[in-house]
Design a protein around this ligand. Structure first.
Ligand code: PLP
Ligand code: COI
Length: 368
């Protein structure tokens, strides 16, 4: 499985970005200090990309400009009706100094699927890739080289038309910002404790669960707060039939006694690119992979009987995290810790950082 560009984008002329340099850009020593221990999502680079879209003009006014506040009309539709989508993707510094990203066409295509569901315009794959390259051209020095460090890229799109009627906006903005990142969880790669959300659901059939849209995350905040109150790091959601869906920001995978990897198949969850890549690496190792519904009782009974030997979560921001416990109002189950999650994590990150052969053609150079 080699990733290829969407065929339909071949004929597109590239966008002509107007670049305005940030005169207050951080000095190399200020930047080095910020890159020492960036944490997740708090430090931002000197520039951002934005492209406008309108019904009349299509995609226009592509810009690279200094990172800073966005001016919005208070009636902008996104502030009222949440018409917004985003992506999460990382840039990796390789030992030869090059800057690479991982399967960006997949993120471009998922942004297009999210756009369709949220009645937003589809950004062509070529424009998406170009926006990544344009930002790296000015902020490439922000891609850190420390162990497990990356530059987290956050493309997003929202309805900026000032109109209080409820209909798809006719004016939209696409932005790309970037944030140097270390580990997503404060504790690094420690097993996390997961809270089972029994009172709140994240998504429903026919809803927006498979789209990467802000509303899904807004809906996860209260159960996430409940998780923290109960000493847990993350929350896992069930669907209306009692099947496991996913975590607030990660997919979930189960390892069975015979090495088979099982992960929920559902139209209400995000089709994770990390998950798909791990399933491919598992198949390459000769392991069986099943995408099918997994009920809560299958999970609990499987752990109790030893049929499930490992449970882990994955996503771009958090990479792979073993699950050490599942807690709910009425029980707390310790989870078995195995070797597979960490060995897949090593294989995946070795590919991403250029330490291992990229057999599937997943890497995409951004700075050349
Ligand atoms: N599920 C949710 C709700 C997410 O926010 C994410 C993160 O992007 C994922 C799953 C994992 O997706 P990916 O591996 O593409 O980052
Ligand atoms: C990502 O992993 O890129 C995400 O968007 C998850 C988010 C909760 C940080």
């Amino acid at each position: 499985m080699t990733d290829t560009l969407a065929q339909t984008d071949d004929a597109l002329a590239p966008l002509d970005f107007a670049v305005t340099r940030n005169l207050a850009a951080k000095s190399p020593s200020e930047r080095a200090q910020l890159l020492e221990n960036p944490g997740f999502g708090t430090v931002f680079t000197d520039h951002m990309v934005d492209v406008c879209w309108s019904v009349k003009g299509g995609w226009h006014r592509p810009r690279v400009q200094p990172y800073g506040p966005i001016s919005l009309d208070p009636a902008a539709a996104v502030l009222h009706y949440g018409q917004e989508i985003f992506e999460g993707i990382k840039a990796y510094r390789h030992a030869d100094g090059g800057v690479y990203t991982f399967r960006p066409e997949q993120n471009a295509q998922r942004l297009q699927r999210s756009a369709r569901r949220l009645a937003l315009p589809e950004l062509p794959t070529e424009y998406f890739l170009q926006s990544l390259r344009e930002l790296i051209a000015v902020d490439g020095d922000w891609v850190p080289s420390g162990e497990d460090q990356t530059l987290y890229l956050r493309p997003f799109m929202f309805a900026k038309e000032a109109f209080l009627g409820v209909r798809p906006a006719q004016k939209v903005a696409y932005y790309l910002i970037a944030s140097p990142a270390g580990s997503y969880f404060k504790g690094g790669i420690q097993p996390v404790k997961i809270w089972l959300s029994e009172r709140y659901q994240r998504a429903a059939k026919g809803g927006t669960g498979a789209a990467k849209t802000g509303g899904n995350y807004a809906a996860s905040l209260l159960p996430q707060a409940e998780a923290y109150e109960n000493g847990c790091d993350q929350v896992v959601f069930l669907d209306a039939d009692g099947n496991i869906e996913e975590l607030g920001g990660m997919n979930i995978l189960f390892v069975m006694k015979d090495g088979t990897i099982v992960t929920p198949a559902s139209e209400t969850i995000l089709d994770g690119i990390t998950r798909n890549s791990l399933l491919q690496l598992a198949r390459d190792r000769g392991l069986a992979v099943e995408q099918r519904p997994v009920s809560l009782s299958e999970w609990r009974e499987g752990v109790a009987s030893g049929d499930i030997t490992e449970v882990f979560a994955c996503g771009t921001a958090a990479v792979i995290t073993p699950i050490g416990a599942l807690k709910a109002a009425g029980f707390e189950d310790a989870q078995p810790i195995g070797e597979l999650a960490l060995s897949l994590r090593e294989e995946l990150t070795d590919i991403q950082y250029g330490r291992r052969e990229d057999k599937h053609g997943w890497l995409h150079r951004l700075d050349a």
